[in-house]
Design a protein around this ligand. Structure first.
Ligand SMILES: Cc1ncc(COP(=O)(O)O)c(C=O)c1O
Length: 353
């Protein structure tokens, strides 16, 4: 039987989808409680939410397209710029390892994805991306910080690639930028071929509400707008997003937890002799060797992490969400216990509390 959605690991600590492990702002829940029957029975109005979002990101409202999660924005960017334009020999450039919706959206519009492998230690392959640009290139997916490695792309490299591909749409996915790195937004007025993608799922803790935003000049955004359905986001999600934007203290508080959690994960990896990659996002990729026993032993302790080993670019790796510090500490205890178990008697592990 096929069931819609991402398989649920069951109850326990969800550290497998880079969610906000602390939940959303209390102000969001309060706003949802105020929803009136007519807010539910009528089609949503986007005007206020778009204006508030534009103000938040410091751009014109006509540079904003709210989407049903950034996932929808990624798909619609491909539909708007490739399928709608009826480009039959289109190529997209996908630096790997990559977020699945990039190859999936490429396939959905019948384009060919050109995968560009990373440099040593997952360094961003700027020259190889530049070399991959051809007259058939219609879209370039750039993800900073990268999911799953947490590596950043420098603004200078984003600029070089955007300049080198004036005939392609460059989608800069900044889903995790609130946790580290510099946004490309101040550069956007220079580029009519670039869209920046942001989401309220991660830093703001609204993954269940599904609100993303695609930002860019009308020349880049209008083809996406043209294929996006008029009532793509539900009214409760808009209310939640509005309230999240109104809580200025929430984000810095959570980002501080994430930074400290990352440091504790790094320290634990060093103690345990596990290779890890310093991350600018709310997760850390760790090489554990054979992943299955690790994933299973952690799951037995009700700690769910992401197995990255099926991706040939990340062999032997798992990805662990770095959220609230006490959640990270629980994960670290789990890691220590599994490593101790694997190393056999004589090795010590902290007991679960
Ligand atoms: C790199 C990246 N982009 C975009 C998204 C999509 O986020 P959402 O559709 O929840 O807004 C995610 C979610 O995991 C992601 O990792």
């Amino acid at each position: 039987m096929v069931i819609q959605g991402y398989p649920s690991p069951g109850d326990g600590l969800r550290l497998h989808l880079n969610e906000n492990t602390g939940g959303c702002s209390a102000r969001v829940l309060e706003a949802i409680r105020q929803v009136r029957p007519s807010d539910v029975s009528t089609y949503p109005q986007y005007r206020e939410a778009v204006i508030a979002t534009a103000r938040h990101f410091g751009v014109n409202p006509d540079w904003i397209l709210l989407t049903n999660g950034l996932d929808e924005g990624i798909l619609m960017a491909a539909v708007g710029h490739i399928a709608r334009a009826r480009v039959y020999d289109a190529e997209t450039i996908i630096p790997i390892p990559a977020f699945d919706p990039y190859p999936n959206s490429t396939a959905a519009v019948g384009a060919t994805g050109i995968r560009v492998p990373p440099g040593p230690d997952f360094a961003f392959p700027t020259q190889a991306v530049l070399d991959a640009i051809t007259p058939r290139t219609r879209m370039i997916f750039l993800n900073t910080p990268n999911n799953p490695t947490g590596q950043l792309i420098s603004i200078a490299d984003l600029v070089r690639i955007s300049e080198a591909a004036p005939g392609a749409l460059v989608l800069i996915d900044e889903a995790y930028i609130e946790f580290g790195g510099t946004t490309f937004l101040p550069q956007l007025p220079r580029f009519s071929n670039v869209l920046v993608g942001r989401t309220f799922s991660k830093a703001y803790g609204l993954a269940g509400m599904r609100v993303g935003v695609v930002i860019g000049q009308p020349q880049a955004l209008d083809p996406v707008r043209a294929v996006t359905l008029p009532f793509n986001i539900n009214g409760v999600a808009l209310t939640a997003m509005h309230a999240a934007l109104g809580d200025a203290e929430f984000l810095p508080r959570y980002a501080a937890q994430v930074r400290e959690s990352r440091e504790r994960l790094y320290a634990a990896c060093r103690r345990l002799g596990l290779q890890y990659w310093p991350s600018a996002a709310n997760y850390v990729m760790v090489r554990v060797g054979e992943t299955a026993p690790f994933i299973e032993a952690l799951a037995a302790r009700k700690i769910h992490v992401r197995d990255r080993s099926k991706d040939p670019t990340t062999p032997g790796c798992i990805r662990i969400t770095a959220g609230m510090i006490d959640h990270t500490e629980a994960a670290i205890e789990g890691l220590e216990a599994v490593v101790a178990l694997q190393r056999g008697p004589g090795s010590t592990a902290r007991q679960p509390q």
